[in-house]
Design a protein. Structure first.
Length: 132
């Protein structure tokens, strides 16, 4: 749909904002990021990017490895401006394996890993706060 939007003259602002799902490995995340970079280059529409929602697609994924890959890419690619993890505490409880907090508000093991990543230089790695 984005190709068609651009083709018909849709407004392109100063940055892009996308969700990035259906990732099962850190390599999937890197592949999708590289595919997006290629698309921006090919259309001459290179802009900083905010990934406004992302997480591993299923419970079998070690979410920490995906977070680590995001940080690795972000530290090397200035166009990956911000990444928002889904979620702090999933309101619908459909993605519990990606939650950063338990229902009682304590950090999950993934949440503790997320906090450790905040010490990385120039990191813009955020979380979506749940409604629960």
């Amino acid at each position: 749909w984005l190709d068609e939007y651009v083709r018909i003259g849709g407004v392109v602002g100063n940055f892009w904002q996308f969700h990035m799902y259906e990732v099962n490995t850190p390599e999937d995340w890197a592949y999708k990021w590289n595919k997006l970079r290629w698309w921006m280059d090919s259309k001459k529409l290179v802009r900083p990017v905010i990934i406004s929602e992302t997480a591993g697609w299923d419970a079998s994924v070690d979410q920490r490895t995906i977070m680590d890959k995001i940080v690795f890419i972000q530290q090397r690619d200035e166009l990956l401006h911000s990444v928002i993890w889904y979620s702090d505490a999933d309101y619908w409880e459909q993605w519990k394996w990606a939650n950063l907090r338990e229902n009682d508000g304590t950090l999950t093991e993934l949440g503790k890993h997320f906090v450790r990543l905040q010490d990385k230089k120039s990191l813009q790695f955020l979380t979506m706060v749940g409604n629960g």
